[in-house]
Design a protein around this ligand. Structure first.
Ligand SMILES: [Zn+2]
Length: 523
């Protein structure tokens, strides 16, 4: 069976992405997650070009990795230097990694215009740089930069660069589509030519996503016999990104019969994907294949009733295998089957003929008519079902609240203050709090009043707040819908409120959010 090793370059190529920047500590945390995921090689950075990467290599030596080997990345030696005097190669050795990956030029255009040297000198540089590192590292890889573009311009020269890399001691030749412009058929044809010239040499693939083909091209290369696939988590990388390992790995494991990751690790894929985005503070893409929130979300009524009978009708894999889950989106288009599936989703036993299901459906129609939407507010929906089943619990009761927004000076921001009275058990709590806006002040006051009774509320925070004005007949009478997203250490949930009054709509969503947190803690 073909064995494929996964080589992650999130920490090197990934950090070249626009708006993606992480600290040394974050890099270490990501490396540990990748190791836990069962990634074979983790490229930690380019020590010769970046002092932050030097810090990472120093730090990671203090950690024990159970699966992965760390790789340092670097260029062939400078045309005016020898390998012994080249600063970049020296920095690679001081990184003290078991793996070194050297990239060299395969494309004559790059040799002349980027490296600004002769074609012959480039060949010498490739062989000499690799030969210099060979005795000093355990594993040595060669990245043939722009290999496919180079081959299209001058096939013979591109092949000779590979020959030089082999003479220098490279164990695996990684063919790169650095500009990401090649089509699957070209990748296939060029790999055939490489295999003809070097029939027994192991090769790998490194592609960028400029034509939206990085995943497809990587899979084509594996079909052609590649034993190493390079990519990044979520496809993060320069320009349009690298090949997305989060899609490549499940395609290899679940569809191509190439077990490059153990099933017990594959289920962590979604968590790792989110983890990397969280650390970089990049919003997640809900439509991301395999791990996105919508990847197994069903909305149309026909789809929902079919999925209920047999999930294969509208799902290409079982979402559980990659750590995702099926979601049934609530909308008035879909009928009772939705309620049932949704209820099952939450472990609530409801059958289609159940009077509770009927009641929820009626209530839902009414609420949606008012402007409520539960697709991003599953927590509010779950509370609604609980209420219909007579299972809901009141954790507190509002006696009254008042919000004041005071602007004291034209060029200063207003100050918001909220006072609130709530009843918990037999006790009335009366508090006040300031905020950077009326809703924030209200949130602060409510928590202040409740935290004494429910300390678990300290674990949660509001992570997003959205207001949408719903179309109405006249401007000021229009309703607003407020969506609040809350989170704690291991979960996040959405709640919704609708009113003519923005404070009231926010209050409803806020109360649902807090009730849900407490309900979750009890469950
Ligand atoms: Zn790259």
């Amino acid at each position: 069976m073909q064995k494929v090793k996964i080589y992650d370059t999130t920490l090197r190529d990934g950090t070249q992405a626009e708006d993606f920047s992480i600290s040394v500590e974050d890099k270490v945390r990501i490396a540990m997650k990748l190791d836990d995921l069962g990634i074979h090689y983790i490229e930690g950075g380019w020590p010769g070009s970046n002092p932050r990467d030097v810090g990472f290599f120093k730090e990671i030596q203090h950690y024990h990795l159970k699966n992965a080997q760390i790789a340092a990345f670097g260029a062939t030696c400078h045309p005016t230097k020898t390998p012994e005097t080249d600063h970049n190669l020296k920095a690679m050795l001081t990184a003290k990694t078991p793996v070194a990956t050297i990239f060299g030029k395969s494309w004559t255009v790059h040799v002349r215009d980027a490296l600004r040297t002769t074609l012959d000198r480039n060949l010498q540089l490739i062989k000499a740089s690799l030969a210099y590192l060979r005795p000093q590292v355990k594993t040595l890889f060669y990245d043939a930069e722009h290999f496919f573009d180079g081959f299209r311009d001058d096939p013979e020269y591109a092949l000779i660069t590979l020959e030089k890399a082999l003479e220098g001691g490279a164990e695996c030749l990684i063919l790169c589509d650095t500009n990401g412009g090649n089509l699957p058929r070209t990748i296939q044809e060029i790999i055939s030519a490489v295999k003809e010239r070097f029939p027994t040499v192991p090769f790998g693939i490194h592609v960028h996503n400029d034509s939206d083909l990085a995943v497809a091209n990587s899979l084509v290369a594996v079909e052609m016999g590649a034993v190493q696939v390079q990519g990044t988590i979520n496809g993060i990388g320069e320009r349009c990104g690298n090949a997305d390992l989060v899609s490549i790995v499940p395609n290899l494991c679940l569809k191509m019969g190439i077990p490059c990751m153990a099933p017990e690790n594959l289920v962590k894929l979604r968590t790792v994907s989110r983890f990397v985005l969280e650390l970089a503070n990049v919003p997640s893409n809900k439509y991301q294949p395999f791990v996105g929130r919508s990847a197994f979300a069903h909305k149309g009524g026909v789809h929902i009733s079919a999925v209920e009978r047999n999930p294969r009708t509208y799902e290409h894999i079982d979402p559980v295998l990659v750590g995702n889950r099926r979601r049934v989106l609530v909308s008035d288009l879909s009928g009772r089957a939705t309620i049932k599936l949704k209820a099952q989703d939450y472990g609530l036993p409801i059958s289609k003929k159940d009077p509770v299901a009927m009641q929820v459906l009626e209530e839902l129609k009414d609420l949606e008519h008012q402007g409520f939407q539960f697709e991003a507010a599953e927590a509010s929906f779950e509370l609604l079902i609980n209420k219909a089943m007579g299972k809901s619990k009141r954790y507190f009761e509002l006696v009254s609240f008042r919000v004041i927004d005071q602007k004291l000076c034209e060029d200063r921001a207003p100050v918001a203050e909220a006072t609130i009275r709530v009843k918990v058990g037999g006790h009335i709590e009366h508090t006040a709090a300031l905020g950077n806006g009326p809703v924030n002040a209200l949130d602060n006051a409510l928590r202040k009043a409740l935290e004494k009774f429910y300390p678990e509320l300290k674990e949660m925070e509001l992570s997003d707040y959205k207001v949408r004005v719903l179309p109405g007949r006249d401007g000021t009478a229009a309703r607003v819908r407020v969506l609040i997203e809350s989170r704690d250490d291991n979960d996040h949930w959405g709640t919704v409120g609708v009113s003519h009054d923005i404070i009231e709509a926010s209050w409803q969503a806020l109360v649902d959010s807090i009730n849900y947190k407490m309900y979750k803690a009890e469950k």
